[in-house]
Design a protein around this ligand. Structure first.
Ligand code: ATP
Ligand code: MG
Length: 331
């Protein structure tokens, strides 16, 4: 069975973008692949997190994975901070990457370019990709399903794996990023040229999975579109409608072409109203399961078991790395 790995940061409330780009695909892969899924809480520290929010977001994220249908019997689900090998390998790999390579990462460049006057950028954001390289390479995954924004980091992991293998000897499998053909980049509903992000400051254009369903429906109804009033897919000229078509298609399972046919001659109002229903139904299903999960007390058990399984794999790989690089002196 091929192996897949992915993680999400507990940096805020999970958005429809995270759900469509990352969580929903995981669920569909779990019967076909061996899945390793973690909450990337070490990564969340690159930006200050209010401790009580971090605890809540972490717990919510685990519950959401489960509510979305991840089966902990099939999937290894754990907290990144519970497996110390991530940070340890992150250090070794951080010593193999250049400042130039890290400065070319668009996520870092973006954050650096948006700095306000007198604001400084944390070194964690700059170093982030090394830790992510470790997250990936510890487990030898064949594929890393990510949204488009993380593709560049996965490619760096591949480069560093190759560098390590060449310098020492074959150690890491080269991972491949897997970006969904549709839904890899869900856009902000108020500014459809910008990615929907859970750390967005206003949150006006974000649908949060656990928000009140009526609030989410209203956000769909007030999504920014254009004045053309014709429904077809054209990301460049109609980013708002194209984004809504993408969301509609993924949540309903109906192709974009078929939706375009069906809504020919119909206005944006009707289209948005139907989409709001589709979104509402999907969220309702998740909310029901989420409430069920939160009544039980088995998240701790799932995380302990998940961390044990992950640690077993991670330790083996780290021991191999430490032998090869000469850190280990014991036979
Ligand atoms: P932050 O703003 O804190 O970076 P985020 O919303 O970008 O939060 P991440 O934790 O960085 O979320 O990413 C989690 C996963 O969700 C990754 O696989 C990422 O590619 C995917 N993802 C994030 N935003 C979107 C989006 N708008 N559309 C599709 N996938 C997304
Ligand atoms: Mg992100």
């Amino acid at each position: 069975m091929k192996r897949m790995l992915s993680g999400i940061k507990p940096t805020g409330r999970v958005t429809l973008g995270n759900y469509i780009g990352a969580i929903k695909p995981f669920v569909s892969y779990q019967d076909e692949y061996e899945m390793i899924v973690f909450v990337a809480n070490l990564h969340s520290m690159t930006i200050y997190q209010e401790p009580k929010d971090l605890r809540k977001n972490t717990k919510d994220l685990i519950s959401l994975y489960l509510a979305a249908g991840l089966d902990p019997k099939k999937v290894t689900l754990f907290l990144q901070s519970d497996v110390l090998e991530h940070a340890q390998l992150g250090w070794y790999l951080g010593c193999m990457v250049s400042m130039g390579e890290l400065s070319r990462m668009t996520q870092y460049k973006d954050k650096a370019s948006k700095l306000k006057k007198d604001e400084s950028i944390g070194a964690g954001i700059f170093n982030y990709p090394s830790l992510m390289n470790a997250d990936i390479l510890l487990y030898d995954p064949d594929y890393v399903p990510v949204g488009e924004d993380q593709k560049q980091h996965c490619e760096l992991a591949r480069d560093i794996a190759e560098r390590f293998n060449n310098r020492y000897s074959e150690t890491f499998k080269l991972p491949e990023p897997l970006v969904p053909k549709v839904g890899g980049r869900i856009m902000d509903l108020q500014n459809p040229t910008k990615k929907m992000s859970k750390s967005d400051e206003t949150g006006k254009g974000c649908i949060y999975i656990l928000d009140d369903i009526n609030v989410s429906k209203k956000k769909i109804m007030s999504a920014v579109t254009d004045s053309d009033n014709r429904i077809y897919y054209d990301v460049k000229n109609k980013p708002g409608i194209s984004n809504l078509l993408t969301i509609y298609s993924i949540l309903s399972g109906e192709s974009i072409d078929s939706l375009v046919d069906r809504y020919q001659g119909k206005g944006y109002g009707e289209f948005k109203k139907d989409l709001a229903e589709v979104v509402g139904q999907e969220l309702q299903k998740i909310h029901d399961k989420y409430n069920e999960i939160n009544q039980g007390n088995y998240i701790d058990e799932i995380l302990t078991e998940g961390a044990n399984k992950a640690r077993y794999m991670a330790r083996k790989k780290l021991a191999k790395v430490e032998r090869k690089i000469g850190i280990t002196i014991k036979k």
